[in-house]
Design a protein around this ligand. Structure first.
Ligand code: GTP
Ligand code: MG
Length: 219
């Protein structure tokens, strides 16, 4: 069986419970690298070579060695258990492709905002869009060896609420990328537990439903 056939077989084998996760962030922060490092199938990438013609349009500050860029999205997959799989989508980072993000976020359970701490402002738009959609997210700082920032400095620069998890990672490293995804899944689980507790409390505090009330005596 060639690898494309085995990839298709793997995709068909389990899809009972498909959870869509998006990796988003500014240009060249390592989104494609993360999807590649962690996917258990050969990932789908839509990389195109960057040309000199694009230099005037692309903001290459801090990513001069980059030779290709995502023009649609990356796609990978990770099995969680016999019935559940994570479908991983890597967003394109260049500003001219940001119009694709809103579509990509549709049906998304949660997101990883990948950040290069040398260019923190490049992450603002991703966080803004996720908040706009109400999509839960965590922030992962990809290690490009920039100057040291405390967690507090990063939280302030990104205006992050204290309940959004913030982790460090190396997107090239499979176990580090896995840890990022586990943090996101745990965050989503905690949010869902908090939501169902809130719903239970609201039900407990509400008046008894009409069907259980003593019927009015009939004359
Ligand atoms: N030093 C370092 N380099 C990294 C890391 N992750 C990715 N890179 C490198 O950074 C470059 C950009 O990575 P990509 O994965 O293409 O970035 P991207 O966010 O998908 O880029 P766009 O799709 O063009 O926005 C590549 O040359 C990677 O090898 C990291 O953790 N540390
Ligand atoms: Mg990419």
């Amino acid at each position: 069986m060639d690898s494309a056939t085995s990839d298709r077989a793997a995709l068909q084998a389990t899809a009972d419970n498909g959870l869509k996760i998006v990796v988003v962030g500014g240009f060249g922060v390592g989104k494609t690298t993360m999807v590649r490092s962690v996917s258990e199938i050969r990932p789908l990438n839509t990389e195109e070579t960057m040309t000199r013609a694009g230099e005037a349009v692309d903001d290459l500050d801090g990513v001069h060695s980059k030779t290709s860029t995502t023009v649609a999205f990356d796609f990978g997959r990770i099995t969680l258990d016999e019935r559940s799989v994570l479908y991983l989508f890597g967003a394109p980072g260049q500003e001219r492709f940001w119009f694709l993000w809103d579509r990509l976020f549709s049906g998304t359970l949660g997101a990883v905002v990948l950040v290069d701490t040398r260019r923190l402002a490049d992450s603002w738009y991703a966080i803004d869009r996720l908040e706009h959609h109400g999509t839960p997210f965590i922030v992962a700082c990809n290690d490009f060896g920039g100057s040291f920032h405390t967690e507090q400095q990063i939280r302030e620069a990104l205006d992050l609420s204290p309940d959004v998890p913030l982790v460090e990672c190396d997107a090239r490293d499979r176990s580090s990328s896995k840890y990022v995804l586990i943090t996101l899944v745990e965050h989503l689980y905690a949010l869902s537990v908090a939501r169902s507790k809130g719903a239970d409390a609201a039900l407990a505090g509400s008046p008894a439903p009409a069907a259980t009330m003593t019927p009015e005596p009939t004359t």
